[in-house]
Design a protein around this ligand. Structure first.
Ligand code: DC
Length: 210
């Protein structure tokens, strides 16, 4: 099984790079962040109180998720745009901090890869937790300023300053949670994309494939 793990914080270029890599290498692609976003969407839709942990866990376990590169359907409801919206973005780090939610998503991520004999998987803990034996582990970073600018261009709403504040808030929750926090896997190759174009990053990562 060939798994390429692309981890890193919000706005580091993960999604763009992982999708381009999958296309170039003709591999399947999985956005694991979208899975946590889908759980947050279900929590909102089912009007679950985020502090009612049992119900949040139940929402994750019973989640019917149809996720492709183009679309996301959660419990039969079209959610492609909404999982990227502000309401979900505000809640997702809290949902992703619940250990049982993570355990359920990690289980599904492993099954996904096994069924396809691998693929390009992007997230926060792919190289550290989901697939510690991945063929290649890349940890993408970029300066806070560049990350905020990229997100602003991507979502076309909000100003750079408030996006920078939101990224910082999520980074803090994601790195400080006790259940598999965002961190570099010991053997991950760190690539700082601040001064690189997408093409350059993809070419560089392809050169690193063993
Ligand atoms: O990559 P993203 O911004 O779509 O991720 C959404 C949230 O999900 C982010 O706050 C961190 C969390 N996440 C995670 O904890 N583990 C992953 N493998 C992927 C995302």
């Amino acid at each position: 099984m060939k798994v390429i793990a692309i981890d890193g914080p919000a706005g580091s270029g993960k999604s763009t790079v992982a999708q381009a890599l999958a296309a170039r290498l003709n591999l399947h692609y999985l956005d694991t962040g979208a899975m946590y976003r889908a759980v947050a969407f279900a929590v909102i839709h089912q009007q679950i109180d985020i502090h009612d942990i049992e119900k949040v866990i139940q929402a994750a376990k019973s989640l019917d998720l149809q996720l492709t590169q183009e679309s996301c359907v959660v419990n039969g409801i079209e959610a492609t745009e909404e999982i990227r919206g502000q309401e979900v973005t505000l809640l997702v780090s809290q949902v992703a901090a619940v250990p049982e939610v993570r355990a359920e998503m990690v289980k599904r991520q492993r099954t996904w890869a096994e069924e396809r004999n691998g693929g390009v998987m992007e997230g926060r803990d792919i190289g550290s937790v989901v697939f510690p034996d991945a063929s290649l582990k890349i940890y993408l970073t970029a300066s806070e300023e560049v990350r905020a600018q990229r997100r602003a261009a991507e979502i076309e709403e909000g100003d750079v300053a408030s996006i920078a504040a939101d990224i910082e808030r999520r980074d803090t929750v994601d790195t400080q949670r006790s259940a598999s926090p965002l961190m570099e896997a010991e053997d991950a190759i760190v690539v700082d994309t601040s001064e690189m174009t997408l093409e350059q990053v993809v070419d560089h990562v392809i050169e690193l494939i063993p």
